[in-house]
Every structure is written in C-alpha cells, then in structure tokens.
Design a protein around this ligand. Structure first.
Ligand SMILES: Cc1ncc(C[n+]2csc(CCOP(=O)(O)OP(=O)(O)O)c2C)c(N)n1
Ligand SMILES: [Mg+2]
Length: 326
C-alpha cells in the first residue's frame, strides 16, 4: 500500500466519523417528530463519500441523490447548514425549502442532490461537458445507487460521456437494495460495473467499506479524467446500516426493514469506521486516547449543529412563492 501522511489518514477518519455521528444524531428528532421531511440515512456507507471526495479538489463538482448527507459533508459542506436544512430552517443550505433530499453548496462544489432516482446523472454529465469545453481541468462526480441502473438516462449518459471523453466519474453505491427490492430481484447478476464495458469505459468493482481502497480508486479515476482520458465508472459494494428511510422503517413507518437479520448482522461486522479505526490503531496512526478526543470534538460539532438549526427561523410564510417559477 502507498504511504500516506498521518494527517491525511486521520482526516479520512474524521470525515467518516463526522458523517456517522451526524447521521445517527437525526434518529431521535425523526422519531419524536421534530424533523418532518423524509431522511435517508447513510450510516455504513461513509467510506465511499469520504474516499472519493478526498481525491477531489474544491473546484471539482459532485452531484448526489436522496441519500446525500455524506456527500455534502465530505465535500466540505457545513454541518450546521445541513442540520438546519433537515429541520427546514431559513439558515439551511437550501434555505429550508428543500429538506434532507435537496442539499447544495455550490461554493464547495456540491452542486445539488435530488430524490429522482438517476435524476442528477445527466446534470453531472452537463457539468463535465462544460468543464471540457472550458478546459478548466475540473472533474464531475455523480453518486447514485444500484437502483439508478434501472433508469435509461444512466446508459444515455455513459454513451455521451464516452463519446466526448468527458471528465466524469460515475460512482455507483451498490448497497444491494433499492428501497426494499433486493438487487437480484431486478438484475440478473450483481455485477453492475460491467454495464460500462460496452461503452469502452474503464470500470471497477471495489470494496466500498474500505476507505483507502475507495480513495485509491478515486484518485486514479480523477487523474485519468484530468488527463482527458475520462470517463471512469466505479462500483462500490456496501450496505446501509439503517432502513431505506429513517432509522428502520419505510416512509409511513409501517413497513419494517425486510432485509434478513443475519445479513444485516454480517454487514455490521464490516463497519467501515470500526475497521479503519483498528487499522489506524494497529499501525500507530491513532491511539484510543486520541480517538476519544476526536469523538468528543465531533460530538460537540453535532450538538452545536442541532442547536444552530433548532434556534433558527422557519421560512417566512410570506415567502412561500419566492424561488418558485411564477
Ligand atoms: C424515478 C424514480 N423512481 C422511483 C422513485 C422511488 N424511489 C425512491 S428511492 C428508490 C430506491 C433507490 O435505490 P438506490 O438507487 O439503490 O439507492 P439507495 O436508496 O439504496 O441508496 C426508489 C425506487 C424515485 N424517487 N424516482
Ligand atoms: Mg441501493
């Protein structure tokens, strides 16, 4: 394995921990009704956004989907503004109009997220086309789930990206389910990375719970795109630790998680953060004392984000039609 600085390795850990603790902190307000919008938690999948975004620079673009808190935080979005958006407050990153599924911070290159499955893939394609016309060396990344492979726009985008050699990285977060549909009930094989092959696009299947593997794949893909040799398709195998939406239920709260208990337990043993913490401790990049300190710092950031959000103004009723096409 390549050599990385201690600071870099710790930063990867902090990014994942910030995402995890932020995600888990929303369970209580979801359950007690303080949060009204649907919230899709990313717990278990943190290594993907942390690894990929660490391979990008601030000028690069990312686009997300309905499960994008991790993408937003990993690209440098403010936790306080994310929390405020989830509480639908005026101080949120979308001024409280979007909620959990519409988060954006263009200054940090987080160009938006939307719950239309595969809906942002063509937007990322447009950003990559613009970057290639301007020759500004930017790379666009689109994060999408395995469910997006059932949408035609993905294949149209792969074709166009290959045709124009666009600087775009297609990042499929394959968590084996689309809502409650197991992947093998909607695909003949679980080999998503192969969909890129007919387009002549380099593609790989990678362990999405190993942050260093994710980072290395991301870095190679970014380099390739910057050299005008894009696009690249990366499939990351992972698993969500929580329900499709909310902690363990469907949108109405009446449909409990149908995934086999044994399967969930097996994946909980493959926690990307715990694995990485063991690696850092075993190799003396961290010790348990420092780990406690980092955890306390992040817990404080999370608590402050909730406080900021809850003390913020709700959007004003008089502005109901502001920012809406008339
Ligand atoms: C075009 C479209 N069809 C259906 C839905 C309903 N829907 C919301 S999330 C989802 C599943 C998404 O699964 P996946 O892409 O694997 O992402 P995951 O939730 O597993 O992260 C579906 C079908 C939608 N939002 N948009
Ligand atoms: Mg999925």
């Amino acid at each position: 394995m390549k050599k990385y600085s201690k600071e870099f390795l710790r930063q990867l850990h902090r990014t994942m921990l910030r995402i995890r603790l932020c995600e888990e902190s929303f369970i209580e307000p979801i359950l007690n009704g303080d949060v009204h919008c649907p919230v899709h938690l990313y717990s278990g999948e943190e290594a993907i956004s942390a690894g990929i975004c660490s391979a990008l620079s601030e000028m690069d673009y990312i686009f997300g989907n309905h499960r994008s808190h991790g993408h937003f935080l990993a690209k440098g979005g403010s936790m306080a503004e994310l929390a405020a958006e989830i509480y639908c407050r005026e101080t949120g990153c979308s001024r409280g109009r979007g909620g959990s599924m519409h988060i954006i911070d263009p200054d940090k290159g987080m160009m938006g997220s939307a719950p239309i499955v595969a809906g942002t893939i063509s937007l990322a394609l447009g950003a990559a086309l613009a970057a290639s016309i301007r020759k500004d060396n930017r790379v666009a990344v689109c994060f999408f789930g395995d469910g997006a492979t059932g949408e035609g726009v993905l294949y149209e985008s792969l074709n166009f990206a290959a045709l124009r050699k666009l600087p775009i990285i297609f990042v499929c977060e394959n968590n084996l389910y689309a809502t409650h549909m197991p992947i093998l009930e909607c695909r003949v094989k679980n080999n998503i990375y192969k969909i890129a092959e007919p387009f002549g696009i380099e593609s790989h299947e990678i362990d999405g719970n190993d942050v260093l593997q994710v980072y290395e794949a991301g870095q190679k893909a970014v380099e390739k795109c910057r050299q005008g040799q894009g696009p690249v398709f990366l499939e990351f195998l992972t698993y969500r630790f929580r329900g499709h939406v909310g902690p363990d239920d469907n949108i109405q709260g009446s449909h409990t998680d149908i995934r086999p208990k044994k399967e969930v337990e097996k994946w909980l043993q493959n926690d990307p953060i715990k694995k990485y913490e063991s690696y850092l401790i075993d190799n003396s990049f961290l010790d348990s004392h420092l780990l406690d300190e980092i955890r306390q710092e992040v817990e404080k950031e999370v608590a402050d984000a909730h406080l900021f959000a809850k003390n913020s103004q709700l959007p004003y009723g008089r502005e109901l039609t502001k920012y809406v096409y008339a």
